[in-house]
Design a protein around this ligand. Structure first.
Ligand code: SF4
Length: 417
């Protein structure tokens, strides 16, 4: 048993009777991991990625140590508004991934199922629910989620936060972009801001939001240029790092730290050697623990995961003159919102822009939207002529990822490429 699993076992042993001690172990583990990554990190990993890794670890630690200034969110929450009140974000996907990193996701998932949560619920949600109910995650100042794409979010937030009287906001995002639908979302944002003003005893600062959106625009411009550069440049990465990019592109987007990260990868990529291997465009979450995938992609010179659709779900410039309208448009126009045809068109455009040689679509256990969309997308995108592989598994729980099947199918796919 390696040290990570042994550490996970200690936490699991403490969890039933002493969740406070288990939580202390988690925080200590995050501190040690951040120290190790900062001082002993793999030099083959580009420095901006290593720094992003530390940033995400420190961000996670902060939400656990200072729950009074933390908000629970989903990936699509307009975090720009929470930043206005200096609140840090903890998303369900992020928490689930960290639990998996500690190898304690199985305990949390089993705990949720033992309480009566359906086994067919997405594992990120089950792990989150199990960890909250076990007392591993302290209650935040507030919680906010959107109805975008995920059928589990609303219920999980009602169950974990609202039922415990944490101020909870559910943003309802319409499927169609019309003048009325945008106005409907803006109205919800204004109501939510008023609640946050009451909760934080301070006024919302519109100019501060403009600065945030300005940095966000610059970040996505730099990211787009980075993606363009990686059509020909070798930029080593790992499955885990691709998930960490979600932290920058969603949970801290608009912050100076996120802008710094995107500018640095842009500059760094320009000086990298030419890449002559195969580029993969990834759809949905990445199972960063999966042995065959790690072997194929982590720091590989033959196959490069260039981008994931989740990191590029909205990347049009935001209108600084109308910041709330811009945020409403960002949510309504997200590629995961609305009929599948919209998403297929967006994926087709992204595949073309990234110049990918192959597409891997990951069917994460319990994710209804992906289970419903994967085959239809494969069929619709066959006109691109780019090989498309669907892998079934679980983003965080190895028990739901058939190792042998993934290995066989992946190897055949890469050989074909
Ligand atoms: S994987 Fe699917 S079900 Fe799970 S959180 Fe993401 S969108 Fe929701």
């Amino acid at each position: 048993m390696d040290i990570v699993h042994r550490y996970g076992e200690w936490i699991k042993n403490k969890l039933p009777d002493n969740p406070k001690a288990a939580s202390r172990y988690i925080r200590l583990g995050l501190r040690l991991e951040s120290f190790a990554k900062r001082h002993l990190g793999d030099k083959n990993v580009p420095l901006p990625y290593r720094d992003l890794n530390c940033l995400a670890l420190d961000g996670m630690l902060h939400t656990l140590e200072h729950p009074e200034s933390a908000a629970w969110t989903n990936l699509f929450t307009p975090v720009e508004i929470l930043q206005n009140f200096d609140l840090t974000c903890l998303s369900i996907e992020m928490m689930g991934s960290f639990l998996s990193g500690f190898t304690i996701e199985d305990w949390c998932i089993d705990q949720a199922e033992a309480e009566g949560i359906a086994p067919t619920l997405c594992s990120y949600h089950k792990a989150f629910i199990g960890a909250v109910d076990a007392g591993l995650i302290p209650m935040p100042k507030c919680a906010v989620t959107t109805s975008i794409v995920c059928d589990a979010n609303l219920q999980t937030f009602r169950y974990t936060a609202d039922s415990r009287h944490i101020p909870t906001t559910l943003l309802d995002i319409p499927n169609e972009k019309t003048k009325d639908s945008l106005a409907y979302v803006v109205k919800q944002l204004k109501d939510w801001i008023a609640q946050l003003e009451d909760l934080n005893h301070r006024a919302f600062d519109l100019d501060k939001l403009r600065d945030t959106l300005d940095r966000e625009n610059q970040s996505f411009e730099a990211y787009r240029h980075f993606i363009e550069l990686t059509r020909t440049r070798y930029y080593p990465s790992t499955l885990t790092l691709q998930m960490f990019v979600l932290y920058a592109s969603h949970l801290i987007i608009g912050s100076p730290e996120a802008l710094d990260f995107f500018k640095r990868i842009e500059t760094d990529a320009a000086s990298r050697p030419v890449f002559s291997g195969k580029r993969i465009f990834w759809l949905h979450v990445l199972p960063f623990y999966e042995p065959a995938l790690k072997h194929a992609f982590n720091l590989s010179k033959k196959y490069q995961i260039q981008a994931t659709d989740m990191n590029l779900d909205y990347n049009l410039p935001l209108d600084l003159d109308h910041p709330l309208e811009a945020l409403a448009e960002k949510m309504v126009d997200n590629i995961f919102v609305g009929p599948l045809d919209r998403r297929i068109d967006a994926e087709r455009r992204l595949i073309r822009e990234t110049g990918a040689d192959g597409v891997i679509s990951f069917n994460h256990w319990g994710c209804k939207q992906m289970a419903g969309a994967a085959n239809l997308m494969k069929k619709a995108l066959s006109d691109t002529g780019i090989p498309y592989l669907i892998l079934d598994g679980d983003g965080i729980d190895p028990r739901n990822s058939p190792e042998g099947q993934i290995k066989t199918r992946l190897e055949a796919f890469l050989e074909m490429l």
